[in-house]
Ligand binder design. Structure first.
Ligand code: ADP
Ligand code: ASP
Ligand code: MG
Length: 826
């Protein structure tokens, strides 16, 4: 025979109860069916009793709502009129009793534990009657008659031997039927959760979620072949699927692993459930009532072919840490005994203990609701020591969360703790206390409650529990580069997920008008519409919201040219958000800020990347970094770094005047949004400054010597004025161009950094329009291409040359994309 337990959601609606019926009736063995109250009813029963206690007459409405819910359900699942009448007789009599108890509470304004337990028992009593009535050939068995408890340390505890005997008696007939296929397969229905006190006969219960335990007790007492827990998820999962979207079903778990996970909040099984069946070596299967075809999870003694060190992560919210400290504790025997005895006598359960090896402080994890009582009893216990100053009064820190990573294979795998704490550190999460049992199947630690979600996500991700790794991306600026980047991400998303197991999750998008954030990911097919419905653009608001999201593995991508946005990097890096910038302002601004950004990224274990700041997608910054890191020294940089200017000087011709080339550069989107940034040399100066810094020299923009080709006063007025005045320069350019053509030379706007070989710390930087002769490597540089010549100690006689498209949305976006991928570390 087997025991099947159906939880609240499984019996919560007509539709789900009909699936339950199907599942149970398909069993080839006799079945004991244990049921919870209809989903949500337990909470409603308790809330309604609180209303009655407070003298709120509307408790009656809440009661009536529960009556209708049960009536409607019966109506929907028991069409047979006679059967309905018979069932309603029992159900209504229970509901009437419940009403009388509520009336009593309302009138007397008293709600003893005894009365509250009686009230809450009605949920399971009602649901079990209904389920028994609708199953073919099922009998109802009243758990109040055979599940027995006694009060121990203020807690109702199972009286095991007696209960097992009573269960065996209750199901005597049932057991003797066996599994013979010929005989009818009987179905017994039992209300879960509820019990009675062995001495007083009063109604008690096994604790919230206790129906699982009822089922386990019955399975153990009757030596069932299997205990099946039917719930609303596809089995025991790597983490709570309501919190971790990428959690997935674990095929098999050992009893020890399941127990550890449940003890730390994996609500899918009530913790005491594992022990009775584990002792009898009865396997547990966790299955989904709403997806019965899914194989679910099998829990048993030993798992074969098990290679994962970590099986799952679970957590408990609302925990407090009580720290017992005092100098006299060092080496004193018995302090721990006193702490635990005191707490146990008060019925306070401790789920984590951490003691420093100096023994002068012990931290104890308890639930928030037990914290005050724990403080009081411990202060009383150690009153003498506190008075003499040998110990300090108890310190309580509340609003914390405790997380456990669990897996039996941890024992054989070194480095798990290192990886755990390294991952948390990189995400800016500090660990308040931690503990690892000597069995090495669990490492648990305490963090500030506001970091719970992030901790779970980041650990789930880094231990490859997830089927894929997630990178959460904020994209700021939807101009040519940002728009193209979004498009590239959209088309690559599927491929990266399948072949690299990487999920690029765009969690934020902003443009000049709006910004939108969504931790579940923005649908890139519709992002424009979604963005329009977002918040109005506001840099500070956006910064605060992003920081508040506190999302793991995240990167802020700046595709704007805005100084205001560049000012946000420092905050983001400080909050462990990596930054990828197409925007050059930060890397070329004052040297100290640039250095601080790099240092912050290093300290926080995140990235600040800006490869596209120079040469769009060309590997220039990375190459200089590689050369320097390997001990080379950059002696000279000569480069054409402006795609726009190179384009202009390649386009200029007898029939294409200078002003027209500038217009074309703008139209073809090579230039900055304001082309004066290019023509004034500012863009090239910024790039040269960045390269010089990457080469290890300290330089500011003002240090760069400038030899420009557009008079300064053209940059002073408005952009409109500039466009109007620009043709004034055409004649002069044409005259000079003719001479140049005759000499077989070309204009190139060249950026140069040259170190003084005698004194390597001293160097010069300049930008200038140069006339390069035929045969020079810069002469034939086509279109908007860029070129960089690097002379180094190792590349001296023949400098290193990097050349290619230096501007354009597609290559720049691809360069940004490459930076993002390098952060994903795939
Ligand atoms: P039931 O009413 O069937 O007893 P519960 O609500 O008590 O169901 O437990 C099922 C819920 O447990 C799931 O809906 C899920 O949100 C939560 N849960 C927490 N941790 C896990 C986990 N590791 N695997 C599966 N579910 C989990
Ligand atoms: N109905 C009870 C509760 O909600 C017991 C159970 O569902 O297991 O806690
Ligand atoms: Mg449950």
């Amino acid at each position: 025979m087997k025991v099947m337990k159906f939880g609240g959601t499984s019996v919560g609606s007509a539709e789900s109860i009909l699936s339950v019926k199907k599942i149970v009736e398909a069993s080839e063995e006799p079945v004991v069916v244990v049921v919870s109250a209809l989903g949500g009813i337990t909470d409603q029963l308790l809330n309604t009793s609180r209303q009655a206690l407070a003298g709120e007459p509307r408790y009656i409405d809440a009661y009536n709502a529960m009556v209708s819910r049960h009536h409607q359900l019966i109506d929907a699942i028991i069409p047979d009129a006679d059967k309905q009448v018979a069932l309603l007789k029992t159900v209504d009599s229970l509901l009437d009793d419940l009403k009388s108890i509520y009336q009593g509470v309302f009138l007397i304004r008293d709600l003893s534990e005894k009365t509250a337990n009686a009230i809450v028992s009605y949920g399971e009593r009602l649901s079990a009657c209904i389920v028994a009535a609708m199953m073919h050939g099922a009998s109802f068995h009243n758990a109040l008659d055979f599940i027995k408890t006694e009060k121990k340390n203020d807690v109702n505890t199972l009286v095991t031997t007696l209960t097992y005997d009573l269960v065996r008696k209750e199901f005597k007939h049932f057991r003797s039927i066996g599994n013979d296929r010929q005989s009818p397969r009987p179905i017994a229905v039992v209300p879960g959760f509820i019990s009675t006190d062995n001495e007083t006969g009063e109604i008690t219960n096994l604790g919230r979620g206790g129906s699982d335990y009822t089922a386990s007790i019955i399975a153990a007492a009757l030596d069932a072949t299997i205990l099946e827990i039917w719930t609303d998820v596809d089995g025991f999962m790597t983490a709570d699927p309501k919190v971790i979207k990428t959690a997935y079903t674990i095929n098999e778990l050992s009893y020890v692993e399941a127990m550890e996970l449940c003890n730390f909040g994996a609500k899918v099984i009530y913790p005491p459930t594992i022990y009775p069946v584990c002792v009898k070596n009865i396997p547990i299967k966790v299955k989904n009532t709403f997806n019965p075809e899914h194989p679910g999870t099998l829990i048993k003694a030993k798992i074969e072919n098990d290679d994962k060190p970590i099986k799952g992560i679970s957590s408990i919210k609302g925990t407090s840490l009580i720290t017992v400290t005092g100098l006299s504790m060092v080496g004193v025997i018995g302090v721990n005994r006193r702490i635990f005895t005191t707490l146990a006598n008060k019925g306070i359960s401790v789920f984590m203990v951490s003691q420093a090896s100096s023994e002068n402080s012990t931290s104890i994890g308890v639930r928030d609701e037990d914290a005050e009582a724990a403080r009081e009893v411990l202060n009383a216990e150690f009153a003498k020591e506190i008075e003499t100053g040998a110990m300090f009064p108890m310190q309580v820190e509340s609003g914390l969360a405790t997380i456990a990573i669990v897996g039996e294979n941890m024992k054989q795998t070194p480095g798990i703790a290192g990886k755990l704490f390294g991952t948390l550190g990189r995400s800016g999460i500090s660990v308040i206390a931690c503990a690892q049992g000597a069995s090495e199947t669990n490492i648990s630690f305490v963090v500030d409650g506001k970091f719970l979600r992030k901790s779970l996500n980041v650990l789930h991700d880094s231990f490859f529990l997830s089927e894929y790794k997630v990178l959460n991306i904020f994209i700021c600026g939807i101009g040519t580069v940002g728009g193209m980047l979004l498009e590239q991400i959209r088309t690559q998303q599927q491929f990266l997920m399948q072949s690299r197991r990487l999920k690029l999750n765009v969690v934020g998008i902003s443009d000049v008008d709006n910004f939108v954030l969504d931790r579940d990911g923005i649908d890139l097919d519709n992002y424009e519409k979604i963005l329009r419905a977002g918040y109005p653009a506001n840099t500070e608001h956006m910064r605060d919201e992003i920081v508040k999201m506190n999302i793991f593995n995240s990167v802020f991508v700046d595709c704007t040219a805005s100084r205001q946005i560049a000012m946000l990097y420092q905050t983001f890096l400080e909050h462990n958000i990596s930054v990828v910038a197409a925007n050059k302002i930060a890397a070329s601004s004052d040297y100290d800020s640039y250095l601080k950004l790099k240092q912050t990224a290093r300290d926080k274990g995140v990235w600040f990347r800006y490869e596209t700041n120079v040469g769009a997608g060309l590997p220039i910054i990375g190459t200089i970094n590689d050369l320097c890191n390997s001990g080379d020294k950059i002696l000279k940089i000569e480069a054409i770094l402006s795609g726009t200017l190179n384009f202009i000087f390649n386009e200029i011709a007898a029939d294409v005047p200078f002003s027209e080339t500038v217009k074309r550069a703008k139209e073809q989107r090579y230039s900055e949004p304001d082309p004066r940034i290019d023509l004034s040399g500012t863009d090239v100066i910024r790039k040269l400054v960045i390269l010089t810094r990457e080469a290890g020299y300290k330089v500011e923009q003002d240090d760069v010597e400038k030899h420009l080709f557009v008079p300064n006063d053209y940059f002073e007025g408005s952009l409109d004025d500039f466009w109007k005045r620009l043709p004034e320069l055409d004649a002069d350019f044409e005259a000079r161009r003719k001479v140049l053509e005759a000499e077989n030379k070309r204009w190139r706007f060249v950026a140069t950094m040259e170190a003084d070989e005698q004194n390597p710390a001293s160097f010069k930087t300049s930008v200038a329009l140069k006339e390069v002769p035929y045969g020079h490597p810069f002469y034939g540089l086509e279109g908007s291409n860029n070129i960089v010549l690097l002379t180094t100690e190792r590349y001296k006689e023949y400098p290193m040359l990097i050349q290619g498209y230096g501007a354009g949305a597609a290559v720049t976006a691809a360069g940004v994309f490459a930076n993002i991928m390098s952060i994903a570390n795939i």
